[in-house]
Design a protein around this ligand. Structure first.
Ligand SMILES: C[S@@+](CC[C@H](N)C(=O)[O-])C[C@H]1O[C@@H](n2cnc3c(N)ncnc32)[C@H](O)[C@@H]1O
Length: 267
């Protein structure tokens, strides 16, 4: 039985949302917790404010919901004009250059949103069905927002799928200029510094054990560069040597330029 099925159930916040919860559970093929008494480590809750993911049990952090209109996402959007985020520099966004982006490991869509705010068209790929459902819900609500709705609808799209597979069947005209990757990295220490979102995400998806194959897949579809986000002290993904890197205190963005010859050599 897949790990997701044994550890998560869908629940409704109120009796009025029970049908919606049942529909979602059936679509995602995960159990429905109708009584609230079952013992699942994670609950995907249908609430009036949207879909949220919550860890259960004593000491569990609060739920996470994807909300591009408030908090850190809102802060990063408001400050997107002045400050040059390291991510933005690594992606090659400068002057009038706004590359098309495939975010191959979309997660909670935070990085994709920053790139969309900077003017890039971002196609997101997420393979975990629960994360994809959260993201879909976040995009739907953001798309209806009077302020950021137009930006989200025009520049952000989501597909459910695995980049390792999608890369093998991507048509020439769909190839993005930049592929961005941010796979889950195995954190050996359980430091409190690992943010709430990441802890919940990790409970759900574990470590991306096959991330070693991501780089070569990305190099076959990007037309200009591949950018990989890594923890500051981590080694680069295997497969090629980065041409450049951009560092922050906690992260590093490894940049690989596409040379047409090397790309066709990998196909
Ligand atoms: C660390 S999170 C990404 C966080 C994201 N950059 C953000 O800003 O929210 C990694 C995500 O990549 C997804 N993922 C890992 N490998 C993937 C693959 N081969 N194809 C699609 N999604 C993948 C995982 O399911 C997980 O949700």
């Amino acid at each position: 039985m897949p790990k997701t099925i044994t550890m998560i159930a869908v629940a409704a916040e109120t009796p009025e949302l029970a049908d919606k919860a049942a529909e979602l559970a059936a679509r995602l093929e995960i159990p429905l917790d109708e009584t609230g008494s079952a013992d699942y480590p994670l609950l995907l809750e249908v609430t009036v404010e949207g879909l949220q993911l919550r860890r259960t049990g004593p000491g569990a952090p609060g739920p996470i919901r994807i909300d591009f209109t408030s908090g850190r996402a809102e802060y990063r959007r408001r400050h997107s004009k002045g400050r040059k985020e390291t991510l933005v520099r690594a992606m090659g966004i400068k002057g009038k250059l706004r590359p098309t982006v495939l975010d191959g490991t979309a997660g909670l869509g935070r990085d994709a949103f920053v790139l969309a705010c900077r003017g890039c068209k971002v196609e997101m790929l997420e393979r975990n069905p629960v994360i994809a459902a959260l993201l879909e819900d976040g995009l739907r609500r953001a798309g209806a927002d009077p302020e950021i709705g137009p930006l989200v609808r025009e520049r952000m799209s989501l597909s459910k799928g695995d980049i390792l597979l999608e890369a093998t069947r991507m048509e020439e005209e769909r190839r993005p200029e930049v592929v961005y990757l941010d796979p889950m990295y195995p954190h050996r220490n359980k430091s409190a510094l690992v943010k709430k979102e990441m802890r919940i995400l990790r409970t759900l998806v574990g470590d991306d054990e096959d991330s070693d194959r991501l780089l070569s897949a990305a190099l076959t579809v990007a037309t200009k560069r591949v950018v990989v986000k890594r923890p500051a002290a981590a080694t680069p993904l295997p497969g090629a040597k980065p041409d450049l890197d951009f560092k922050t205190k906690s992260h590093r963005f490894d940049v690989y330029f596409i040379r047409e010859q090397s790309r066709s050599g990998q196909k």
